[in-house]
Design a protein. Structure first.
Length: 452
């Protein structure tokens, strides 16, 4: 089981695997040289997908912030640009408190030729003294959702947890645990999480995650202007918010008005993500708008809403996201966007169904439906930016999640394709997918959209 504390991370945009992960890796490398003040030179090499989309996904920026000692969950996004600008202009970085020579133009190497042996999101750190002797070296894989692992390590060992009372590694095992205990899926997850830390701490973290998500929605609803990057994409959420408010005050409600609100919530979050704002990886930054949009729908449009239901939503979503992480991938560079928006939609479908009182079988069915209709989705961000088609894609993922939950709850939980089967299918589809469609901006919409 993967802890919800690992699955839901607070970070900054625009990408969990290209921003949050590299920033955490850089900070971890800096910690290994905490007592080496004689560092005279630093070099960072980005491989694979990280190299192809380094500028658009702000990986270069994330590396600078991480080496400067910043952490994605605690740093003020408003300070990021000033830190990066200072390093770029002075060619000095505050590495473990010591001004260290570092020129981002030459000391961040984009290697688009070498094929990394373990994972397409691989980055290497090297530190040298004044005599060019190697002081430190590390290679990390950013495997999606802000998770990082040493290249030599196995993910299974990295995510190992102490003995859980109701451990599970598949959807079938999860359903068995609910049948054995009489607990719902959220109850199983809460019991396991409470082994790692006090229950009150788990619930406080759930509430904090929701607060950050809702703050992100609010920020996106009230900010206008143009998103960073050469596409000059204008923010739409604020203007759409005004129009929907006007409609709500009129006597002419739209037949699809609720869908518009759901789309608005998702777009608001992902515009904030694209601008480098604070988001929750759920399970990734590129898919960070799906769960907040469905949660906001649950809070504002469902009479069944309660604080307990909100917590059940996230606990259940965490169980589903953990299964995808363990048995397939949540990395767009590994399996395409089916592993990001597809997984987020599956998680949100399960969470909403649970919050609305669905049985474990119905919840598992909702999760399966949510992913089944994202199978094969490519990751082909235009210009390497997490904007087109990523922002709108979150809106559609949220709508699909609500539809999946509704369809599942109209049934009795019996269905032909299991969640485990669809997870396995997603993994196989991702392995078969051409690398051009896996977050490299080398295929699909990324090459067929005229930027001029």
């Amino acid at each position: 089981m993967i802890s919800l504390f690992d699955l839901f991370k607070i970070g900054i945009g625009p990408s969990s695997s290209h921003t949050v992960g590299p920033m955490r890796a850089a900070a971890r490398f800096a910690d290994t040289l905490l007592h080496a003040p004689d560092v005279a030179c630093l070099r960072v090499t980005l491989y694979g997908s990280l190299a192809w989309t380094a500028r658009g996904h702000a990986t270069d920026r994330a590396v600078i912030l991480g080496l400067a000692g910043e952490k994605p969950d605690t740093m003020d996004p408003m300070l990021a640009d000033s830190i990066v600008q200072s390093v770029t202009e002075t060619h000095l970085i505050p590495f473990n408190g010591h001004p260290t020579p570092f020129d981002p133009q030459t000391d961040i190497v984009l290697d688009t030729t070498t094929i990394p042996p373990v994972h397409p999101n691989t980055l290497q750190f090297e530190a040298f003294d004044a005599q060019d002797h190697l002081l430190g070296h590390a290679r990390f894989c950013s495997v999606g959702g802000g998770f990082i692992v040493h290249e030599q390590a196995t993910e299974t060992a990295t995510y190992a947890q102490p003995d859980m009372p109701y451990d599970f590694t598949s959807g079938a095992e999860l359903l068995t645990r609910t049948q054995e205990t009489g607990l719902d899926i959220a109850g199983v997850v809460l019991a396991n999480e409470s082994v790692l830390r006090p229950r009150a701490e788990v619930e406080a973290y759930l509430d904090r995650i929701v607060a950050v998500m809702m703050d992100c929605v609010e920020a996106g609803l009230h900010r206008s202007g143009t998103l960073p990057g050469r596409l000059n994409v204008r923010r739409r959420a604020a203007a759409l918010y005004e129009r929907l408010q006007e409609q709500s005050r009129s006597n002419q409600p739209s037949a699809h008005g609720i869908m518009d609100w759901i789309s608005l919530f998702a777009i608001a979050v992902n515009e904030e993500n694209a601008a480098g704002g604070r988001v929750v990886t759920a399970p990734t930054n590129g898919a960070s708008g799906v769960i907040p949009a469905v949660l906001r729908y649950y809070r504002e449009f469902c009479p069944e809403y309660s604080l307990d239901g909100q917590r059940r939503f996230l606990l259940t979503a965490a169980a589903i996201g953990g299964l995808f992480k363990l048995n397939a991938s949540i990395s767009g560079a590994e399996v395409g966007c089916q592993g990001e928006v597809g997984v987020a939609s599956s998680m949100a479908a399960a969470g909403l169904a649970a919050a609305l009182g669905a049985t474990p079988l119905q919840v598992e069915n909702a999760a399966e439906i949510g992913m089944e209709h994202h199978l094969g989705m490519t990751c082909d961000p235009v210009a390497g930016l997490v904007q087109i088609p990523c922002i709108e894609r979150n809106a559609f993922g949220a709508i699909k999640a609500i539809n999946a939950a509704s369809l599942a709850m109209h049934g009795d939980g019996a269905h032909h394709v299991s969640l485990d089967q669809v997870i396995r299918t997603m993994a196989e589809t991702g392995r078969d997918m051409n690398h051009r469609y896996k977050e490299t901006s080398l295929g699909g919409l990324a090459v067929n959209f005229p930027e001029c």
